[in-house]
Structure formats: structure tokens, C-alpha cells
Write a protein that binds this ligand. Structure first.
Ligand SMILES: Nc1nc2c(c(=O)[nH]1)N[C@H]1C(S)=C(S)[C@@H](COP(=O)(O)O)O[C@H]1N2
Ligand SMILES: [Mo]
Length: 221
């Protein structure tokens, strides 16, 4: 008989990670993208990058910008831009799919992955949903497992340059596997909740989840 190796000491973080793994928190397996297909149904490809928003374009410098992470988390966060930039940096290359039918391939984003953010704020057991709050008053909601998708991030740069104000700078969310309205620009705060709380477009007829591969455009879809 061989001795079993000593298990590593239990920490709060490893317990959270185990629980997330058990519950499939980080799995986006419900997205059904066919392997040979890159353009979702009903979309067309564009090479430029349209600007879409409520038309308010808040002007927030990196010096004034703060990120507030609160609600059902063990460790609430309040970072300025320097503290945010001191977190682990990740680059992702991903496609944009907007519900208004344009898609744009190969966007190079850089920032803090949502998984690293989750390691820092540690959602409590009851946390199941996330609401993003933006400086223009915009909100959008996500299930925790969609927020935690492996290629989702809080982006401060695009194509190696600081994210332009028109596109949500200093910092926006990017959740590539859902329609782009879920990717909140001018990010101000992130709220963790035990219950879902539909956001700006979700209460105005857009689908609650917005999977482009299932064409979840409107609440009737
Ligand atoms: N704060 C904020 N974020 C937002 C919006 C908005 O109006 N305000 N519009 C959403 C919509 S509908 C889309 S399609 C994308 C557009 O992002 P872009 O202007 O960088 O293409 O931002 C999303 N995020
Ligand atoms: Mo949109």
C-alpha cells in the first residue's frame, strides 16, 4: 500500500474554486457554436468598428476612474486605475457580435480577466448574478457563469492602444460569447446578486441572455 499524498491546506479560495468547479460556474458549455462556423446566424461581417450606445459618451479620465465591486462578495473592491492595472494582465483575441447584425473578427483586448477578478473579490455562496453599472446610467445583467467565461475581461486596451472613449474607455467589459450589448462600456461598478436583475435593454425587449449562436436577440426569441 502506498501512502496517499498530503492534501494541501484548505483555504477559502480553494474552497470557492472547488465549489465553482462542482457547479460548473466557469463552463460556458451551453453555447452551441458549430465547429465549422464563425459567423453566427443572421450576422454580416464588418471591418470598421461602429459606435453604439445611448449617446451620452461620459468623459472619465484614467486619473478619475474608480472600480467598485460590491454586493454578495467576501472581499469588496474599490480600485483606482493604478490599482486596477497592477492586477494580472491578460490578452484575448475575440469576435464581436452585435444584435444589430454586424460582427467584427479578431479584436485584441487587454485587461483583467473576469476569472482573476473573481479570485480577488470571491463571490459568496449565494451569488448567482452580476449587474454591470456604467457612467452613462446604462446597466446590463449576466448570470455568474457567463460573466466568468474563459475569454471575458475588463478591458483597458484594444489593439495595443488605450481603449477609446467612444468605445467605453477607460475600462469596459468584454463578454465575447454573448451579443455585444452585454459588454458594458464606461464601467463604473460590478454588483453581485443572489437574484437576477434585468438591465437597460433587458427590460426593453432584449433577450435576457443573448447567445448569438441561438439568435437570442429579443425576449420573444
Ligand atoms: N455603458 C454602455 N455600455 C454599452 C452600451 C451603452 O449604451 N452604454 N451599449 C451597448 C450596445 S447595445 C452595444 S452594441 C455595444 C457597442 O459597443 P461599441 O460602441 O464599442 O461598438 O456597447 C454596449 N455597451
Ligand atoms: Mo447593440
Amino acid at each position: 500500500m502506498t501512502d496517499d499524498p498530503e492534501p494541501p491546506p484548505e483555504s477559502k479560495l480553494t474552497r470557492s474554486k472547488e465549489r465553482w468547479a462542482r457547479e460548473g460556474k466557469f463552463l460556458t458549455g451551453k453555447i452551441t457554436r458549430p465547429e465549422d462556423q464563425r459567423l453566427p446566424p443572421g450576422q454580416h461581417l464588418t471591418r470598421d468598428w461602429p459606435v453604439l450606445d445611448l449617446g451620452l459618451t461620459p468623459s472619465i479620465s484614467r486619473e478619475r476612474w474608480r472600480l467598485d465591486v460590491y454586493g454578495a462578495v467576501e472581499n469588496p473592491i474599490f480600485w483606482n486605475f493604478a490599482e486596477f492595472s497592477a492586477q494580472p494582465q491578460t490578452q484575448f483575441l475575440s469576435d464581436i457580435h452585435c444584435v444589430t447584425t454586424w460582427s467584427r473578427y479578431d479584436n485584441l483586448w487587454e485587461g483583467l480577466s473576469t476569472r482573476d477578478l473573481l479570485m480577488a473579490c470571491r463571490p459568496r455562496d449565494e451569488a448567482r448574478f452580476v449587474v454591470l453599472h456604467s457612467h452613462d446610467g446604462y446597466t446590463t445583467n449576466l448570470a455568474l457563469e457567463d460573466f466568468a467565461a474563459e475569454d471575458a475581461l475588463l478591458a483597458h486596451s484594444w489593439s495595443g492602444q488605450p481603449l477609446e472613449q467612444d468605445h467605453g474607455g477607460p475600462v469596459r467589459l468584454v463578454v465575447p460569447h454573448l451579443y455585444f450589448w452585454k459588454s458594458a462600456k464606461w464601467l463604473q461598478s460590478i454588483e453581485f446578486l443572489d437574484k437576477d436583475a434585468p438591465g437597460y435593454w433587458e427590460v426593453r425587449g432584449y433577450h435576457n441572455r443573448g447567445d448569438p449562436w441561438a439568435e437570442q436577440r429579443y425576449s420573444s426569441d
